[in-house]
Design a protein around this ligand. Structure first.
Ligand SMILES: NC(=O)c1ccc[n+]([C@@H]2O[C@H](COP(=O)([O-])OP(=O)(O)OC[C@H]3O[C@@H](n4cnc5c(N)ncnc54)[C@H](OP(=O)(O)O)[C@@H]3O)[C@@H](O)[C@H]2O)c1
Length: 330
């Protein structure tokens, strides 16, 4: 009988893999973390022994040539997502690729075409959507707990001090919007269940040449708006608020709640209720959903077209920021 576990390979020894996604794959009952690849064979070997990964490869190509690997997780710098995802898809591997899926919507379209051509799954690793907190906020909105949602305000900021960090590198697709603002765009589109019609943004371009701070606003149909700020230069904040016609939902720890319990606040004319959300590992839930889709047990909750739509909005915001804040069609 064939092994029912999904056999994973990982392209690079990235921090996010080491800290979050690889341990989540290893904890997941449906997955087996089979191989790691690095541009440097000794780095791959040390990483493999540290995390207990059976195979280590000294190049990404070598890992993609391993026929035992069914799925590849790609936590590379943003500028490398498109090329390596397409190579993995062409090798017949399912791909879970870090956010943002690519540098722009045109790159996303190429990746989606490759996934269709080779009959494999492509998914963007926006883990926060798999946390029960996000599901609960959606449920409250759908149940009319705050009336009609009209305004979403979001923030995701933190400090990056090392100039070598990929987030401060324009050539690697860095910047606040690509790194953390993409979550704010995503939550607004997800909660409104719609695409924006217009985008406006102001950015501070630091000495690095990336948008180190970017403030954005989005107009949606039916008098709905989203405003957010993202930064690589400000203290850690990751929060959103949904304002409806009859109430407000506050989510103080929005995207990285960790595995402990978290809480949201619902304010209506009846007062303020604090709702406890039981802790969960959003990375493990994401990996398990991905595996279940491949095994045909469920349908992808977030197809890659959704990632392309997010990217289209990001592009409009960046165009506006580069044009000094001129409103742009989204
Ligand atoms: N979902 C989340 O919670 C989350 C959190 C953080 C980051 N991310 C995303 O994950 C991706 C990686 O972020 P990270 O912070 O983990 O990155 P990182 O630690 O800097 O790792 C990136 C890896 O890419 C490889 N690489 C290949 N070419 C490179 C180049 N020219 N310059 C630098 N590295 C290169 C390196 O691995 P080798 O040397 O081993 O080949 C490096 O370790 C990004 O897309 C980011 O947006 C997601």
């Amino acid at each position: 009988m064939s092994d029912p576990k999904l056999r994973w390979g990982v392209l690079s020894t990235a921090n996010i893999g080491r800290r979050m996604v690889l341990p989540a794959i290893q904890r997941s009952g449906e997955s087996e973390l089979l191989a790691i690849a690095s541009r440097d064979a000794s780095k791959a070997a040390a990483f493999a022994s540290e995390l207990g990964i059976p195979r280590a490869y000294g190049s990404y190509e070598a890992l993609l040539a391993d026929p035992s690997i069914e799925a590849v997780y790609i936590p590379l710098p943003n500028s490398l997502h498109r090329d390596w995802a397409i190579k993995a898809l062409a090798a017949g591997k399912h791909v879970l690729c870090e956010k943002p899926l690519a540098l722009d919507a045109a790159e996303c379209a190429e990746m989606i075409a490759a996934a269709r051509q080779h009959g494999v799954l492509l998914m963007e690793a926006f883990m926060y959507r798999f946390h029960p907190q996000t599901a609960r906020v959606l449920e409250l909105i759908e149940a009319g707990a705050i009336g009609e949602p009209r305004l979403i305000r979001a923030a995701f900021t933190f400090r990056v001090t090392n100039p070598a960090n990929i987030r401060l590198r324009p050539d690697l697709g860095g910047g606040a919007l690509m790194d953390v603002g993409c979550y704010c765009v995503n939550i607004a589109r997800t909660l409104f269940g719609a695409e924006p019609t217009e985008a406006q943004a102001f950015a501070s371009w630091g000495t690095s040449g990336v948008d180190e701070q970017l403030l954005g606003q989005l107009r949606f149909a039916d008098e709905r708006y989203a405003q957010f700020d993202s930064a690589l230069t400000l203290p850690r904040r990751e929060t959103y608020q949904v304002v409806g016609t009859s109430g407000v939902i506050d989510v103080p720890v929005a995207f990285l709640p960790g595995q402990g319990d978290t809480a949201i606040q619902v304010t209506t004319s009846a007062g303020t209720a604090v709702e406890r959300i039981p802790g969960a590992d959003e990375y493990q839930l994401m990996v398990e959903h991905f595996a279940a889709c491949i095994r045909g047990e469920t349908q992808p909750r977030y197809p890659p077209d959704e990632a392309m739509a997010n990217m289209r909005t990001i592009e409009a915001l960046l165009r506006s920021a580069r044009n000094g804040g001129r409103p742009e069609a989204a």
